[in-house]
Design a protein around this ligand. Structure first.
Ligand code: SAH
Ligand code: DHB
Ligand code: MG
Length: 223
């Protein structure tokens, strides 16, 4: 998918006016790159959207699946009260270590906990702890498991909670109903689960910007 310069320029303009990266966010990106992490964090405009959504939710408890270097984590955790909590699940011990340093520099290590391991192993352990329902769940890990993550999100939330799924467009391949690609199949299964589940009301929005053409799904948990 092509990424016209104009999308970059407009995203840059919007971020400069509405969601400028401060030193802490810039340092998180810089150190992530220096440690060799892939440059696939949300953009600043998307990070700000996640922060606004957390604030609109009045979120006290946030769950993130897919930490990378903690860039989206910092945006969301900044919406939490001092006694709030964000749990972020990350497969890679190395990425989690980079993220933990970035989160500590942001002064958020008291509210954020990064848990290392495959999320499908961390989620049942988390559920066993009977945590307070999460007000916001941000799903941004291996796309093949997206339906399982939506399923777990349903178990760990309550009425009024919001579930956000990143990267649902797959370069447009999400329309391919005969695809064998695990990311397309997982994303389609998640969209169809959101569309058919009696306890979810959702939508999906295509986006362009600094990371090209993509999109996210939003789902509200009903009674
Ligand atoms: N949310 C981050 C970007 C996450 S990139 C941000 O916007 O800043 C996706 C992350 O999911 C990567 O760090 C990858 O290691 C992690 N991941 C992939 N498979 C996973 C799994 N099975 N369990 C947990 N994390 C996983
Ligand atoms: C990929 C993952 C992401 O979470 C993202 O936002 C962009 C790309 C990837 O795995 O390529
Ligand atoms: Mg993503």
């Amino acid at each position: 998918m092509s990424e016209p310069q104009v999308w970059d320029d407009v995203d840059e303009y919007f971020s400069s006016q509405l969601s400028p990266d401060d030193e802490i966010l810039l340092a998180a990106l810089r150190d992530s790159e220096a440690a060799g992490l892939p440059a696939i964090s949300v953009t600043a405009t998307q990070g700000k959207l996640l922060q606004l959504l957390a604030q609109i939710q009045g979120a006290r408890n946030i769950l993130e699946i897919g930490t990378l270097g903690g860039y989206s984590t910092i945006w969301m955790a900044r919406a939490l009260p001092a006694d709030g909590r964000l749990i972020s699940l990350e497969y890679s011990a190395k990425y989690a270590e980079v993220a933990s340093r970035n989160i500590a520099r942001a002064g958020l290590d008291k509210v954020v906990e990064v848990r290392v391991g495959p999320a499908l192993e961390s989620l049942p352990k988390l559920a066993d702890e009977n945590p307070a329902p999460f007000d916001l769940v941000f799903i941004d890990a291996d796309k093949a498991n997206n339906p399982h993550y939506v399923d777990w999100a349903l178990r760990l939330t309550s009425t009024g909670s919001l579930i956000v799924v990143d990267n649902v467009v797959r370069g447009g391949r999400v329309v391919e109903d005969d695809s064998d690609a695990p990311d397309v199949r997982g994303t389609r299964a998640a969209i169809e689960l959101i569309g058919s589940h009696p306890r979810l009301s959702g939508t999906a929005i295509q986006t362009v910007g600094g990371k090209g053409y993509d999109g996210f799904a939003l789902a509200r948990v009903l009674a």
